[in-house]
Design a protein around this ligand. Structure first.
Ligand code: MN
Ligand code: MN
Length: 476
């Protein structure tokens, strides 16, 4: 033991031993700050144009074509490929110097977001108003969807087999739609005195779409008829066509800067299009990485990753098999397994940031903070890490070293207090292949709301983290 330490020695010791979280704004110089702000502008444009998984796929495809990626199903040779799965799921790859069999660096994000889907028989009228019935998708607080402008996005397969892409409510001269809420004067018994979970019912999330009748009051269901007549004359749609449709109701409007200092972005769907966009730019700018880079954009995360376009499908495996073949190697079962088990993945998903008004649900020392950089999460899950893939310390060691060496401002974040609740990501579905997986993404306030908040600084550090990851050597 040393004797009494001087003030200076204590300070030095503290500096050497403590981990000091860094606020991104304290760290970036003027040059990098400009990059932070420029990245945010490009990201906002992506958010405005990609409000559904299908729209995100179209945008990612257009972006990748511009960056020289070729459709792998038609490519003969080359180094940059993409593959689309049922228009809701896309993967991009840049072939690296090392043999594919020794693994890839994978960043996997999801491009679906909580929303209201139309039911298959949605149209009805009630008290001389026309409505659409919905079934919500993913974890929403239902009251957040009431009394706000909504837009309709989706796809309709008509009876002749032709299809139609719908988008209404986004441009200034479009109409919008809405779900009316009950006036407070009459809400006491049916809402105010009830538990929130009981006060707002899924079957009451009905979208108001019109109030003009067709013909006179002798005509039955003339408000529904007026709506169908409009849909037919405008789009050639009849009621049965909606059976073969996927129509999503999303908040209307564009991504906005939040705050006088414009340091934050508020928008719908940042979970998880923030990580999707960050990984898209990072993979797009790669030349010839050491290790093959794969950016995977998946669907259905918000409803448990089931389905042919979700993380539980075998699309990744199929894409990697294609990568073997297009580079002149045989995609044997053994080769595929060797590649996947030797791979490293970032499960690129957002995390809930410490909410200033509800700090009690977080454990402050381990919660992600707005402005403190990209968040790495060793484990998710709930009730004793249940359902978590729990990353290996060895792998965390690699990523931490990598981020430090590349001046990526990072933090760690657990979703909430141990007994508070929890959630999961696609990490565990990637871990099935035996690859290393770590959750790594942007912290958000108001997560899963129609207006999620992210810091421009954290968004940029997310991109910078993925960029460093794609450029890293496997054993660094
Ligand atoms: Mn997510
Ligand atoms: Mn989510």
């Amino acid at each position: 033991m040393k004797g009494k330490l001087s003030k200076k020695e204590v300070e030095q010791l503290r500096k050497r031993l403590f981990r000091k979280p860094q606020l991104v704004w304290d760290v970036v110089g003027p040059g990098e700050k400009n990059k932070v702000l420029a990245f945010a502008e490009r990201y906002k444009s992506f958010l405005d144009a990609a409000k559904t998984e299908r729209e995100a796929v179209r945008l990612i495809e257009a972006f990748s074509k511009k960056k020289g990626f070729k459709d792998i199903t038609r490519a003969r040779g080359g180094k940059r490929f993409y593959k689309i799965n049922r228009n809701k799921n896309i993967a991009l790859a840049v072939i690296g110097k090392r043999p594919l069999i020794s693994g890839v660096n994978l960043v996997a994000s999801h491009i679906d977001a909580p929303r209201l889907d139309l039911k298959q028989n949605p149209i009805y009228e009630e008290v001389d108003l026309a409505f659409l019935k919905t079934h919500y998708y993913g974890g929403i607080k239902k009251y957040q969807w009431l009394a706000r402008p909504l837009a309709i996005h989706g796809k309709v397969l008509k009876k002749d087999g032709s299809h139609l892409d719908l988008q209404v409510g986004e441009s200034d001269d479009d109409p919008v739609f809405t779900i009316a809420d009950l006036l407070p004067h009459l809400a006491r018994k049916v809402q105010t005195e009830k538990k929130v979970s009981e006060a707002f019912e899924g079957e009451k999330l009905n979208v108001l779409v019109g109030s003009l009748p067709l013909g006179d009051d002798k005509i039955k269901e003339r408000f529904k008829l007026a709506l169908l007549e409009y849909l037919f004359t405008t789009y050639g749609i009849v009621e049965e066509d909606l059976v073969s449709s996927e129509i999503e109701i999303v908040p209307a409007g564009r991504a906005r800067d939040v705050g006088w200092d414009r340091s934050l972005i508020g928008a719908y769907g940042q979970d998880d299009r923030v990580c999707a966009y960050a990984s898209l730019e990072a993979v797009g700018e790669l030349k010839t990485p050491e290790t093959t880079a794969v950016a995977l954009f998946i669907d259905k995360e918000e409803i448990g990753s089931d389905g042919s376009t979700g993380a539980k499908s075998r699309f990744l495996e199929d894409f990697v098999a294609d990568l073997f073949e297009v580079t002149g190697k045989e995609a044997t079962g053994k080769a595929l397994r060797s590649c996947l088990i030797s791979s490293r993945a970032l499960s690129a998903d957002v995390n809930g940031a410490l909410d200033p008004d509800y700090q009690d649900v977080h454990e402050k020392r381990n919660a992600a903070r707005i402005g403190y950089g990209v968040c790495i999460t060793k484990f998710t899950g709930s009730g004793g890490k249940y359902g978590s893939s729990d990353a290996n310390a060895e792998y965390l060691g690699q990523i931490r070293k990598l981020f430090n060496e590349n001046k990526v401002v990072w933090q760690t974040g657990e979703l909430g207090k141990v007994d508070e609740g929890g959630g999961g990501t696609i990490a565990k579905f990637l871990a099935i292949y035996g690859m290393e997986v770590l959750d790594c993404g942007t912290p958000l306030l108001s997560m899963h709301s129609p207006f999620e908040i992210a810091s421009k600084a954290d968004i940029y550090m997310t991109y910078k983290g993925y960029q460093a990851f794609f450029n890293s050597k496997q054993d660094s």
